[in-house]
Design a binder for this molecule. Structure first.
Ligand code: GLU
Length: 293
C-alpha cells in the first residue's frame, strides 16, 4: 500500500445562522482533533452563502466561541459570501460540459413529488432534456446507479442519488449558489483532504462526490460523527433552540463533548485546564471508537 503523501487538511464549516451549541461543538472538536492528531492544518470556513439566513453577528460569535474553546484555526477565515465568482465559474464549467442544465420548474410544479432524504422534493427530471427553457435554477444531471464511499466512522455507504434526490440543485432560483456546489468548490480550493462533520450531512456526501466527479476534483476522506440529540430524540439545532455555548464554560463543554465522542478524559487531564485537556485529547484521538455508536 502506498502511504497518502497529501498533507492532512481538515476544516470546520459552520453556517452562521446562530451561535455554536453542544451539537456543533462535537463536530468542530472532532474535526480539530482529527487534524491536530495527524499533524495537519485545520481551516475555518464560514458558510454564509445562504445570505438571507446568515448574520455577521452570528459569525463573530462563532469565532469568539472557538477562541474561548482553544480551537484555533490555521490561516485566514474563508467567507463563502465573498466567493460567488469562484462558484459561478464552477457552474459555468458544469454547464459547458453538459453536467448541469437549466430548470424552469417552480416549487409549485414539484409539490406532488416525494420527499428526498434531506426533506427537499425529489426532482423528476422535467427539464432535463427540454430545450429553450428560461432557467430559474441549475441542476446536476445525476447518473443512474449507486454512489459509494468508505466513511471512516460508518464504513461503506452506498446511495442511489438518482432515486433519492434526482437531479439536485446547484444554483438556486433566488440567485444564491446551493450548499452542495459551494462546499465542493471550497473543499477543493482549500486543499481539504479530510472532512469530519455531523452525521446529518451523510446524505449530502454522495451528492458532493457526484459534483466532484463532474468537475474532475479530488475526493476527500469522510468521517461522519454521531449527532447530539435532545430529550425528544431531535438533533440539537438552532431551530430546536439549543442553548449557545458560554465562553466561561469552555472546559466543561469540552469535557462533555469529548465524553460524547467516546474519549472520556481522565481527572488529571481535566484538572490541568483547557489546553492540557486538548493536548490529552490530541494524543489519544481514535476516531474508530465512534464506529459502534
Ligand atoms: N455549513 C454546514 C452546516 O453548518 C456544514 C457543512 C459541512 O461541514 O460540509 O451544517
Amino acid at each position: 500500500m502506498v502511504a497518502d503523501a497529501r498533507p492532512h487538511v481538515g476544516r470546520f464549516a459552520p453556517s452562521p445562522t446562530g451561535p455554536l451549541h453542544r451539537g456543533s461543538l462535537v463536530a468542530a472538536l472532532a474535526s480539530w482533533l482529527d487534524a491536530r492528531a495527524a499533524g495537519g492544518r485545520w481551516l475555518l470556513r464560514i458558510e454564509d452563502v445562504d445570505e438571507p439566513r446568515c448574520s455577521r453577528e452570528a459569525a463573530d460569535t462563532i469565532l469568539r466561541q472557538l477562541d474561548a474553546l482553544g480551537l484555533h484555526w490555521d490561516g485566514e477565515v474563508v467567507w463563502q459570501s465573498r466567493r460567488t465568482a469562484l462558484y459561478r465559474a464552477a457552474l459555468d464549467r458544469l454547464i459547458a460540459n453538459g453536467a448541469a442544465y437549466g430548470c424552469a420548474c417552480t416549487r409549485r410544479d414539484l409539490e406532488s413529488q416525494p420527499l428526498a432524504s434531506d426533506g427537499a422534493r425529489r426532482y423528476p427530471g422535467t427539464c432535463r432534456d427540454r430545450s429553450g427553457v428560461t432557467p430559474r435554477a441549475w441542476r446536476l444531471r445525476v447518473p443512474a446507479g449507486e454512489v459509494a464511499f468508505d466513511d471512516r466512522v460508518l464504513g461503506r455507504i452506498a446511495v442511489d442519488v438518482a432515486a433519492d434526490a434526482g437531479d439536485f440543485v446547484l444554483w438556486r432560483a433566488d440567485g444564491y449558489c446551493a450548499y452542495q456546489l459551494a462546499v465542493v468548490v471550497d473543499d477543493a480550493d482549500q486543499g481539504v483532504t479530510h472532512v469530519v462533520r455531523g452525521a446529518d450531512l451523510l446524505t449530502s456526501t454522495p451528492r458532493q462526490i457526484l459534483v466532484q466527479r463532474a468537475l474532475g476534483l479530488p475526493q476527500p476522506d469522510y468521517a461522519h460523527v454521531p449527532l447530539v440529540l435532545d430529550a425528544h430524540g431531535e438533533k440539537l439545532s438552532k431551530q430546536t433552540r439549543a442553548p449557545a455555548l458560554e465562553p466561561s464554560d469552555a472546559l466543561a463543554d469540552l469535557a462533555e463533548a469529548l465524553t460524547f465522542l467516546r474519549h472520556s478524559p481522565p481527572a488529571d487531564a481535566l484538572a490541568a485546564g483547557r489546553d492540557a485537556l486538548l493536548a490529552w485529547a490530541v494524543a489519544n484521538w481514535r476516531p474508530q471508537r465512534l464506529a459502534a455508536k
